[in-house]
Design a protein around this ligand. Structure first.
Ligand code: NAG
Ligand code: NAG
Ligand code: NAG
Ligand code: NAG
Ligand code: NAG
Ligand code: NAG
Ligand code: NAG
Length: 411
């Protein structure tokens, strides 16, 4: 009975989660990516702007190969030069004779540079290969920036025309962007903190995650086990695709297979998900119980940097001990305080390594039961929802959960 109810509330959440153009994510109500253009100087035929992208989302990160930012110029603007990023396509610059612009496209698509570019092509917070951490796991890395010098454009705050039709594309997740809006000019404080300067003009664009544009194919699944029952409840078969003779490998590939980040090399499994989250109920005492979370990477060609894991469980408001992962309550001040964000500790396990012996991270949780909480009856000890890097994990059906006897005595 209880598990049926849980199951239907879980499917309902699937619909609510980041759906439609005006996405609303109940677990991250203010989550957005804010793109700000600060005009830092006017030039004879346009302006120089610093563009910053702030990922204000709590747990959605942008992974390698990174973001692509696009827009449509209002008139016939060109990009003279860029620092810290580049336009993918120069477009048709044939009407320019001597000084050739960086891009003449009406709708340029911009990508970040890689970390190893020469210093004279970098600005602060650029050149991360388009990878953005989330506000929840690392606010200092949830920021990307580049500088653009625009020509054939207005060069006063009255004549400048804002770019239109912004698009933000990220691996596995599309974003919908609103129109550019002029806001109060940004203030900059000099490094010695003794002087404040201000942008000539500032506008901003807000982008929210759009399930509509995101890939509908799951990339993660959940499996379960319990100390009470020797059987493991596996991920549902074909959770992320079905195994066939050409889409996976049986064991670690040898040699220098060309690295195509976009083309995963998956280990063959019945679920065919690149990520498996396993929840094991380890022990159950009168006042405390514990669980072990293991995240396993099945992709031989991808390291997940700054991964995030979101788990909803009614008892996560009372986690008293969490080993090896960093942990925070996702909505600490609301009535529904049952969802936790887990992420790796810096230079310890914040990179989930490619598939193989090192391709997993794990943590032990100790949770305190409150007096009213029923013993660990069927299904109660298992999470209600799990997201890896913001993508929902496919759950086993509640009927297949390992059976936990009602009396749930101590070990
Ligand atoms: C975008 O995120 C920022 C930071 O959380 C928040 O202040 C702002 O209200 C958000 N904007 C929208 C439109 O959600
Ligand atoms: C906005 O951009 C998208 C993608 O580049 C394009 O398909 C669409 O036609 C553009 N709309 C306008 C009004 O330029
Ligand atoms: C194997 O599966 C992939 C997608 O997972 C599909 O693109 C491909 O056509 C399949 N190949 C065969 C031989 O069925
Ligand atoms: C993952 O990281 C390890 C250690 O830094 C490195 O040896 C390996 O090449 C990386 N794999 C990929 C696919 O980038
Ligand atoms: C929510 O849970 C967190 C983490 O256990 C806790 O620190 C916080 O006090 C809780 N807030 C409320 C309102 O219960
Ligand atoms: C957490 O556990 C303590 C101790 O049992 C209990 O007093 C408290 O009510 C619990 N908090 C919540 C939010 O359930
Ligand atoms: C373990 O759980 C499975 C699935 O719910 C159930 O079929 C089986 O009877 C349980 N085994 C024991 C020993 O409780």
């Amino acid at each position: 009975m209880e598990s049926k109810i849980l199951w239907s509330s879980y499917s309902l959440m699937f619909l609510v989660f980041c759906s439609g153009a005006a996405a609303y994510d109940a677990l991250d109500p203010n989550g957005n990516i804010t793109i700000k253009w600060d005009v830092i100087s006017w030039t004879p035929d346009g302006y120089v702007a610093v563009v910053t992208m702030n990922n204000f989302q709590m747990y959605r990160i942008i992974t390698s190969p990174g973001w692509t930012l696009g827009w449509t110029w209002a008139k016939n603007e060109v990009i003279w030069s860029m620092v810290g990023a580049q336009a993918i396509d120069q477009g048709d610059c044939s009407k320019f004779r001597s000084n050739i612009p960086h891009s003449c496209k009406r709708n340029p698509a911009i990508v970040d540079l890689l970390p190893n570019v020469p210093y004279n092509q970098q600005i602060a917070n650029c050149c991360k290969g388009g990878v953005l951490a989330s506000m929840g796991n690392d606010p200092s890395a949830a920021l990307s920036a580049f500088q653009v010098s625009v020509g054939s454009a207005g060069n006063t705050d009255r004549t400048v025309k804002l770019p239109k039709n912004f698009t933000l594309i990220a691996p596995g997740g599309g974003y919908t962007c609103g129109p550019a809006k002029i806001i109060r000019p940004t203030l900059f404080i000099t490094p010695d903190r003794r002087r404040i300067t201000r942008a000539m003009m500032t506008w901003r664009v807000i982008c929210t995650c759009s399930q509509f544009l995101a890939s509908p194919k799951p990339t993660c699944c959940l499996s379960l086990s319990s100390f009470h029952n020797g059987s493991i409840t596996p991920c549902p078969s074909c959770s992320c695709g079905c195994q066939n003779s050409s889409n996976c490998v049986m064991k670690t590939p040898h040699g220098n297979v060309p690295k195509k980040v976009n083309k995963p090399v998956l280990r063959c499994t019945k679920h065919m998900c690149p990520i498996n989250v396993h929840w094991h109920v380890k022990s159950n005492y009168k006042k405390y119980w514990s669980a072990k979370i293991t995240i396993t990477n099945f992709n031989y060609r991808f390291n997940h940097t700054q991964w995030t894991l979101v788990v909803q469980h009614p008892n996560l408001n009372n986690a008293t001990k969490v080993s090896s992962f960093a942990y925070k309550s996702l909505m600490p001040y609301t009535a529904i305080n049952d969802t936790a964000l887990f992420y790796g500790r810096k230079s310890y396990n914040d990179v989930l390594m490619q598939a193989g012996a090192k391709g997993n991270v794990h943590s032990d949780l100790t949770l305190e039961k409150d007096g009213k909480t029923i013993a660990l009856k069927k299904g109660w000890a298992f999470p209600r929802r799990v997201y890896f890097n913001g993508n929902p994990c496919v759950m086993p059906s509640p009927e297949s959960y390992p059976y936990l006897p009602n009396f749930a005595g101590t070990r």
